[in-house]
Design a protein around this ligand. Structure first.
Ligand code: BGC
Length: 689
């Protein structure tokens, strides 16, 4: 009977608005309120925490400041019980433990699961609905595999296109990243998981990742790197925050009083735990426990009982400090109902088939059409197509803690073959590739890079994007010379150089599109669905124009706020494909811009012959020299031919403010640009206050 009730309720989880699924609530699990006053659910999490701290012994407290398991219950990633970390509770007092699993936009890192499109693919969706859809799958899978905390989302801004973990990010813009992160976190937490937003803050490259010191101005921190964290904490109520491996302005992120105590806890009123990235360096135990990270993962290195006692003995820290650190974790556990529910199990209740269908739709939302000369796309049914390149026959992804091994997947080659008329060459022999291309009406070359946690790309070129794939630029050139209708499909974890862009007719960026990337691509290429993506990152013409990772421990963020498209604009640099760009199979016209008060409105009309996705974007430029053009509004909708829609964006105070020791709203007039990318803003206006 119990099981049946559980099954019934688990189906409702996706729409549940309580902090954890109702089926899991077991009133009285915590214990009798008379004996354990912290079990009183009518009290606030803060009150309950204070009561519990009074009852805990000192050894019990010390024990809960660090995790208990080095990389999971089982070391093998293929094991059903593998997870990233655990924290043991205190059974004597009814304090539950925590089970922590890796995850993020690409899915749950726990053996074979639903492998979703990458973070950049989600960024490219320009859709908060897609973020919600992605998060819903993450929440269900993480929960039914027996976890409490999901180690995502990664909201670090993509500062350099060569970043090894660029694929995890939502792109180079803080506004886009913030909006997607808020929807993602809200849904993950609605689905009964606790999100852990990471890596706080300015964790933007992998070179020397355990020791780099990001030297960065307060303005750049506030305007570029902190906003997604601020939105995650203040708007979405993220349950936990992960501090990064790096230092910021000379202080370890996990031991920075200014960042953790002044900004995160006092200014943003974050009440949950700051958790160290896995084996992140702190400073010494005493300094850190005073106002640094709350919980050390996955095991105690600084927060061992011995070190903590010594810090108290020599006056570096007090028991009140220890209570404050532990209190943050306990408060989160009360807030998310952990004391009231049974520990979760790997209960086999995941509908992977349903998730596969949703996964395909998510991939379609991110696939970005960058070039479509002579309307080479969509393909007509029955066209003779040469598919070239190994990536067409593979599941492409990145390696690292965000990697998700797909339970099943469909490659682009399989999905395209199902349409008929396809020949294939893997591209290792240029002569064979050219001959295959020549014999077909259209040639589609698949190229890819390989990104990994722990290492940045040595170069941005597809000549060296992946050792096993060899010189892919040469492959594209050989195919383009053989077939005038050549289309390049990229599966990359960030921007790469496209020196052949002018000699091919079509260019599509599919990112790492996940396990259903094949069918999604086939549907986009054949026009069953409009390409949904817009670029969340700029594609530069030359590597030298981009910021590249720095070595030797110190990274000077000398560019300040000129990051991503702001940088290329400030330097008046040509770009291959601008931020926000992405074509549809139909055409849109924007007109009728009106500004009044803080509102900007305009009309979007589908002037083409097909139904398509419109993604109008609003950019502002504050008065004063050197102010960047910046995204402050976007929306996405499907529009039928001939139809129009009036769009209204409202700018809040923050959207027109700059950081000068505090947020200062612009005086005078703000320049407004509305259009289809950061460099295509046909509607211009001013908003004067
Ligand atoms: C990564 C984190 C990840 C953690 C646990 C670390 O190496 O930087 O992003 O959550 O491992 O897998």
């Amino acid at each position: 009977m119990r099981t049946r009730v559980y099954v019934l309720f688990s189906a409702l989880v996706a729409v549940s608005i309580v902090p954890f699924p109702p089926a899991e609530a077991a009133a009285g699990r915590c214990g009798s309120v008379a004996v354990r006053p912290w079990c009183d659910r009518s009290l606030s999490p803060a009150k309950r925490t204070a009561l519990l701290l009074k009852a805990m012994s000192r050894p019990e407290k010390l024990d809960m400041l660090a995790g208990d398991d080095l990389f999971g219950a089982a070391l093998s990633e293929t094991s059903a019980v593998h997870r990233e970390g655990t924290l043991n509770g205190v059974p004597r007092l009814g304090v539950p433990g925590l089970r922590i699993v890796g995850g993020g936009a690409m899915g749950v890192h726990q053996g074979p699961m639903t492998a979703l499109p990458s973070g950049l693919a989600l960024g490219a969706s320009f859709s908060t609905a897609a973020a919600t859809g992605n998060a819903a799958i993450n929440a269900v899978e993480a929960r039914h595999r027996g976890n409490d905390i999901l180690l995502g989302p990664a909201v670090d801004i993509m500062r350099t296109p060569a970043a090894g973990r660029a694929f995890e990010s939502f792109g180079e813009d803080p506004y886009l990243t913030s909006r997607l992160a808020v929807s993602w976190i809200e849904e993950v937490q609605r689905g009964g998981m606790i999100a852990q937003v990471k890596h706080f803050p300015a964790n933007n490259q992998e070179t020397d990742r355990y020791s780099t010191n990001a030297v960065i101005s307060q303005r750049a921190l506030r305007e570029i790197y902190l906003p997604p964290f601020e939105a995650a904490v203040r708007e979405a109520g993220a349950g936990s925050v992960m501090c990064g491996y790096n230092l910021v302005n000379g202080k370890a992120s996990c031991a920075s009083r200014v960042l953790l105590d002044t900004v995160l806890r006092k200014e943003w009123r974050f009440r949950g735990p700051v958790v160290t990235d896995w084996i992140a360096g702190m400073k010494d135990t005493g300094t850190t426990v005073r106002d640094g990270a709350d919980l050390e993962m996955p095991i105690g290195i600084h927060y061992t009982a011995g070190n903590l006692l010594q810090a108290v003995d020599n006056g570096q820290a007090t028991w009140a400090d220890i209570d404050r650190r532990l209190g943050a974790t306990l408060r989160m556990m009360f807030r998310f109902g952990l004391f009231e529910r049974a520990p979760r199990a790997n209960d086999g209740k995941i509908d992977y088939a349903a998730h596969a269908v949703k996964n395909r739709r998510l991939a379609e939302q991110g696939i970005t059409l960058l070039k479509n000369k002579d309307g080479v796309l969509p393909l007509e049914r029955g066209t003779r197509v040469a598919v070239i390149g190994k990536p067409a026959a593979e599941f492409r992804s990145a390696t690292g803690s965000a990697y998700v091994r797909p339970r099943s997947h469909v490659t682009p080659l399989t999905a395209l073959r199902a349409r008929g008329g396809v020949t294939y060459a893997d591209g290792t022999d240029l002569g064979e590739a050219a001959a295959t291309a020549r014999a077909a009406k259209v040639a589609i070359v698949f190229v890819a890079d390989h990104r990994e946690e722990g290492e940045d790309l040595a170069c941005l070129s597809l000549r060296c994007g992946d050792e096993e794939l060899g010189d892919q630029d040469a492959l594209v050139r050989a195919v383009a010379a053989a077939n005038e209708n050549t289309i390049v499909v990229m599966e990359t974890g960030g921007p790469v150089l496209t020196p052949w862009a002018t000699s091919v007719k079509g260019v599509v960026e599919a990112w790492y599109p996940g396990a259903q990337g094949g069918p999604a691509l086939a549907r986009v290429l054949y026009g069953d669905v409009d390409p949904g993506g817009r670029l969340p990152v700029t594609f530069p013409v030359r590597a030298g124009d981009a910021i590249m990772p720095a070595g030797k421990g110190r990274i000077s963020y000398a560019e300040g706020v000129q990051v991503g498209y702001r940088r290329y604009d400030a330097g008046k640099l040509p770009v291959r494909y601008p931020f926000g760009h992405g074509l549809s199979y139909t055409s849109f016209r924007m007109s009728g811009l009106k500004t009044s008060g803080s509102r900007v409105s305009f009309t979007v009309k589908n002037t083409g012959r097909r139904t398509g996705y419109a993604v109008p974007q609003l950019y502002v430029r504050l008065p004063g020299s050197g102010q960047p053009v910046q995204l402050k509004g976007f929306t996405k909708f499907s529009l039928k031919p001939g139809r129009s829609r009036r769009v209204v964006f409202t700018l809040d105070a923050r959207s027109v403010s700059t950081w000068a020791g505090k947020w200062k709203a612009a005086r005078g007039c703000v320049a407004i640009g509305v259009g289809a990318s950061s460099r295509d803003l046909p509607l211009k206006g001013r908003l004067c206050r």
